[in-house]
Design a protein around this ligand. Structure first.
Ligand code: GLA
Ligand code: ZN
Length: 711
């Protein structure tokens, strides 16, 4: 699936919401680490710290400096397996205990990471069968990280053993507040393992899912190319086989790999709940559009979501012009997706860029103001805290070029003072704002089934779910009315409009949910390829758009991948604007009960956009792969029709978000550009951080962040 390279190349209220009983970990935190006079748990404003890579004589100084910087917590030990278990069954936590003691003495709370993302050499030497096998069938070598199989029982046992030893040793240790299980399950050079253990795991999973081989054979359509399975053990994994794999099998394999990783994490979670009931438990990931796992499955039983945020990484490899706005947007989509994984609960930034990004090469140096902007952007999108990656900059290892708050020579980094000021300002903003709810009027479907199914069969070699998602996200989120990234079977009733780009796979529950949403007054806007496949990845046996034909009030005359033709799109009155261009795909629509809003010009005939009144709502089908400018204009017009329009007028480089708690609302205005920008507001506002009053107009300096409250 997604490789590190591809990642680059593409670019309480938390649990304390009214009436909800505080979970044990949160109650336990209250008296801990906080100033003596306070009974509240600390805000999570910290750094990722590596005592395992730092000479012991510097630990005291580090703790003092971290504390003086106003930081409240660290995350440690997630890559320290070889120091904690130097040989099998011999555990050594004295160094870690000592480090935690020092940190605690300086009032710094500690999140411990379990180390299963990188096993030590003794382990892979003794148990080479735990190594991952990549999609070419080659065994992945140790020496990096995440090179292990998620199914292998030996690896699961060894991972659980070290995590359990950690838990037992630190359950009662003062200063420990929570756990990060493993590290970034989702991001690895090879996103899937194809080893023999995964094959067996997949066979067992398929048996659970389908019950009988007859049912499996039918759902996968194994009559094609003589693939009828007569024994569960015959089922292969989708390794190269001189022909494309069965799409049903391949999609299920993605689902299985997601399940395997989630259940791997689940084993550690069950143990940690038992051993450390007073601690919170999370894991970190990266969100849309790059995540390769079903995050709802991964985070289902964890206390909150943690996101890792590296805008500089995106900038480093982004295709096309790298504008600060695009860089900002790439983080925004990630935050919005991560917040949405647990229904909008505040999430934590477990890793936030603190300087130049880089592994073999350096990324750009963040401009003055950008580090602050990016960290506040996370808060603006619903984060409750930020941990900077990392405290110091490693002088050895694969990430020597990844800059922390201290330089290689331990002097302060160029961003140090800015980070410290940012953390201080977040404290001024305060707990109520940091734990308030994000306001979203719109939603965008982010559906792994569609992503995976389209990777298996893109339909057009250049068509990717991710590109479409990002393009649509830019258009929807650009309206500044707040956007959640949801699944179509979730509660949609709270949104003024719901958007679904390339919703290629549509399940019966999703279709029914969308039908009810529109019937009750919602606006549903779908892109081309809507409903072409069912959940087994079979083409639906009905006219397109399949299950949603009645809702859309239109059907397809044909669908056309576009290679050489020039296909234009002419807009009708309601969407009046310059003729648009159709990119990779054209669904040629025939209205049934719908009205035509745009038609194709040139080689093909048919409607390009239709709108249908269905019940009290509206369903819009955008059948053309519209150019970015037209798509934005169309989406903005539809949002206005749906009654979702920001009360602020702002240029494209300015992002505006809102968070609410009780009757209070905070408005975040973020200038992603390196030039001053103006926004107009209706009503009078005060800026929370510098207490200035605004009426009608507000000027933002380059990269400036302003947090406003209505006055
Ligand atoms: C990820 C990982 C970290 C580190 C950073 C920077 O987010 O979790 O261990 O590698 O990226 O590359
Ligand atoms: Zn495997």
């Amino acid at each position: 699936m997604l490789t590190r390279r591809e990642f680059g190349q593409r670019g309480a209220a938390l649990l304390t919401a009214a009436g909800v009983r505080l979970p044990m970990w949160e109650r336990a935190l209250r008296p801990m680490v906080a100033p003596a006079s306070s009974t509240e748990r600390p805000l999570l404003l910290g750094v990722d710290y590596y005592p395992d890579q730092t000479p012991e004589n510097l630990w005291e100084e580090d703790a003092r400096l971290i504390s003086e910087a106003g930081l409240t917590n660290v995350r440690i030990a997630e890559f320290a397996w070889s120091l904690m278990e130097p040989s099998e069954g011999k555990f050594d936590f004295t160094w870690l205990k000592h480090s935690v003691e020092i940190l605690h003495k300086h009032n710094i709370a500690v999140i411990l990471g379990t180390p299963s993302a990188a096993p030590p050499p003794w382990l892979t030497e003794k148990y080479p069968e735990i190594l991952m096998v990549n999609s070419e069938g080659m065994t992945v070598h140790p020496g990096g990280r995440r090179f292990t199989c998620p199914t292998n029982k030996t690896y699961r046992k060894l991972s659980l053993t070290i995590a359990t030893e950690m838990a037992k040793n630190f359950a009662e240790t003062a200063g420990i507040i929570g756990w990060q299980i493993d590290n970034e399950f989702t991001l690895q050079q090879f996103g899937r393992c194809y080893c023999k253990y995964c094959r067996e795991g997949f066979q067992d999973w398929a048996k659970q899912k389908y019950g009988t081989l007859d049912s499996l054979n039918q759902k996968w359509g194994t009559a094609f190319w003589s693939q009828i399975y007569t024994d569960w053990r015959q089922i292969p994994v989708p390794l190269p086989s001189n022909g494309p794999p069965n799409p049903g099998l391949a999609l299920d394999y993605d689902r299985y790999q997601s399940y395997a990783n989630a259940s791997f994490a689940g084993e550690q979670l069950v143990m940690l709940r038992k051993e450390c009931p007073q601690h919170f438990i999370t894991t970190n990931s990266v969100g849309a559009p790059f995540d390769t796992l079903n995050l709802r499955e991964l985070f289902r039983d964890l206390d909150f979501v943690s996101n890792d945020n590296y805008p500089g990484f995106a900038a480093m490899f982004m295709e096309g012009e790298v504008t600060p706005e695009r860089v900002g947007r790439s983080s925004a989509i990630s935050h919005d997706s991560m917040r949405s994984v647990k229904g909008g609960k505040p999430f934590l930034i477990m890793e936030e860029q603190s300087g130049k990004a880089g592994q073999p090469s350096f990324g750009p140096q963040p401009h003055p103001g950008q580090l602050r902007l990016w960290a506040f952007q996370a808060i603006a999108h619903g984060a409750m805290g930020v941990n900077y990656f990392r405290w110091d900059t490693a002088r050895f290892g694969a990430e020597e070029y990844w800059h922390g708050l201290l330089n290689h020579d331990r002097s302060k980094s160029p961003g140090f003072e800015e980070i410290i000021r940012t953390v201080a300002d977040m404290k001024v903003l305060g707990r109520e704002a940091l734990e308030s709810s994000y306001v979203a009027e719109t939603a965008l479907s982010f559906d792994q089934d569609c992503d995976w199914a389209l990777q298996i069969q893109p339909g057009h070699p250049k068509l990717t779910y991710r590109d479409q998602l990002v393009e649509w996200y830019g258009a929807v989120a650009g309206a500044n009315t707040g956007t959640d990234l949801i699944h179509l079977d979730e509660d949609l009733s709270k949104y003024k409009a719901v958007f679904a780009p390339v919703q290629y796979v549509v399940g019966a529950r999703q279709a029914e949910n969308v039908r009810n949403y529109v019937r009750n007054g919602g606006m549903f806007v779908a892109g081309f390829r809507l409903g072409a496949k069912d959940e087994s990845s079979q083409i639906v046996n009905m006219p397109l758009p399949g299950l949603l034909r009645d809702v859309m009030g239109a059907t397809l005359k044909d669908y056309v991948p576009i290679y050489t033709e020039k296909v234009g799109v002419a807009f009708e009155q309601q969407l009046a604007g310059r003729e648009g261009q159709c990119g990779l795909w054209a669904d040629l629509l025939v209205p049934e009960s719908a009205t035509v809003l745009a038609k194709y010009v040139g080689a093909y005939e048919g409607a390009a956009i239709t709108m249908n009144a269905f019940g009290k709502g509206k369903a819009v089908y955008i059948g053309a792969d519209l150019d970015g400018t037209s798509l934005s204009r169309v989406i903005r017009t539809l949002l206005e029709m749906a009654g979702s329009k920001s009360e602020f007028t702002s240029p494209p480089a300015v992002e505006i978000t809102r968070r609410r708690a009780g009757g209070r609302e905070w408005v975040f205005a973020l200038n992603h550009s390196n030039e001053g920008q103006k926004i107009t507001v209706s009503g009078t506002f005060t800026s929370v951080l510098d207490k200035k009053n605004f009426d009608r107009e507000l000027e933002l300096k380059p990269y400036e962040v302003v947090v406003l409250k209505r006055s």
